[in-house]
Design a protein around this ligand. Structure first.
Ligand code: COA
Length: 336
């Protein structure tokens, strides 16, 4: 990221919104469909429940999150300049989910696009949105993390189906000339050699859909959990520690670590490396599981609305996902 010494404008979060579907899949439900048990899922992952969207698509999740944002921040949709939707479960290849959201909310003057970076999607999209603001041409950018993971999860694969859920959350970015406020720094990375461990092979230009791709379950998410676990811990912790060092941040300076919610053990390992105690880590994995691009903004919205996240709090956001993609972001919370 461009050093904040050279920038004249920062992007700050001035509004938030979220949506999770009503249907709850608890661990007991999985006991009824696969060979697993509540104790294994809780101790290996930290997850108790996740949500599932029964009717509709990712654009419906995203639209409801943005409608919540619009309502709670008195935003006129016509003022929105750009909508970025981070997702790996778009309604379809094209048009982009962002276009569908734009139409649903009547954002008549907006442009928008989807961003595919899996579980790091929200961080990548937040940096993209921040760059639009920092450039000076855009005043209101909506960044959404939304995924309907239930549409690509194989509910006979016990290694993976217990991990994921559906949800969406959104933030509004606006400019500030106070360089001590808003998004201050980011370190984002990708490494395509990770494609073997975490992917969905079917449906794209490599393997267009055929009867064979369906029979071979190529339209489902595949993950080698053990392999991903190791690199996720290292990746998330390394960039987060680097972020602290390059901004002279001690662990006591940080109000919250806001980690991607994939596995409580990955979250704990990352916090330990940063010297951050559990009480300063945002965690809601027990309620929602891994909602991919939505995990980080869902945490932000819930902690803010619960009164735990306060204006001026210094946050480190950290994520790891398919690609591999990973990164860390340093932000000062702007909302009262
Ligand atoms: N219920 C019961 N047992 C299960 C199970 C389930 N739902 N899923 C797997 N198991 C079994 C395995 O088959 C294995 O049995 P075996 O030893 O007889 O082969 C055993 O539990 C241990 O499996 P293992 O893979 O060692 O478990 P783990 O401790 O690595 O946990 C994950 C598995 C998936 C929870 C963990 O690896 C993980 O979270 N990985 C990373 C996920 C992630 O971060 N993804 C990032 C995308 S953002």
């Amino acid at each position: 990221m461009q050093s904040n010494k050279k920038r004249l404008i920062n992007a700050k979060v001035t509004g938030v919104g979220m949506y999770v579907p009503e249907k709850v899949l608890d661990n007991k439900y999985f006991e009824s469909i696969i060979d697993t048990n509540d104790e294994w899922i809780r101790t290996r992952t930290g997850i108790r429940e996740r949500r599932m969207l029964e009717n509709g698509a990712t654009s419906d999740l995203a639209t409801k999150a943005v409608e919540d944002l619009i309502k709670t921040s008195n935003l006129d949709p016509k003022e929105i300049d750009c909508i970025i939707v981070a997702t790996v479960t778009p309604d379809m290849f094209f048009p982009a989910t962002a276009c569908l959201v734009q139409n649903n909310i009547g954002a008549d003057h907006a442009w928008g696009y989807d961003l595919s970076a899996a579980c790091s999607g929200f961080l990548f999209a937040l940096q993209s949105g921040a760059s639009l603001i920092e450039g000076g041409s855009y005043k209101k950018v909506v960044v959404v993390g939304a995924d309907k993971m239930s549409s690509i999860v194989d509910y006979t694969d016990r290694n993976n189906c217990i991990l994921f859920g559906d949800g969406a959350a959104a933030v509004l970015l606006e400019p500030t000339e106070n360089m001590d406020d808003g998004i201050k720094d980011s370190l984002l990375r990708c490494d395509g050699s990770g494609k073997e461990s975490l992917h969905m092979l079917g449906g794209g230009s490599l393997n267009p859909p055929t009867h064979d791709t369906v029979d071979n379950k190529m339209h489902y998410l595949f993950q080698d959990g053990k392999a991903v676990f190791k690199v996720a811990v290292k990746g998330m912790a390394d960039v987060s520690v680097e972020m602290m060092e390059q901004n002279d941040l001690k662990s006591e300076d940080i109000a919250f670590l806001v980690p991607h919610q994939a596995n409580l053990r990955i979250i704990d390992a990352t916090a330990n490396r940063m010297g951050i105690t559990r009480d300063k880590v945002m965690i809601n994995i027990e309620k929602y599981g891994n909602t991919t691009a939505a995990t980080i903004p869902l945490c932000l919205v819930e902690y803010y609305r619960d009164g735990k996240l306060k204006k001026g709090d210094k946050l480190i956001l950290a994520a790891f996902g398919a690609g591999f993609t990973w990164g860390s972001m340093y932000m000062v919370w702007s909302m009262d």
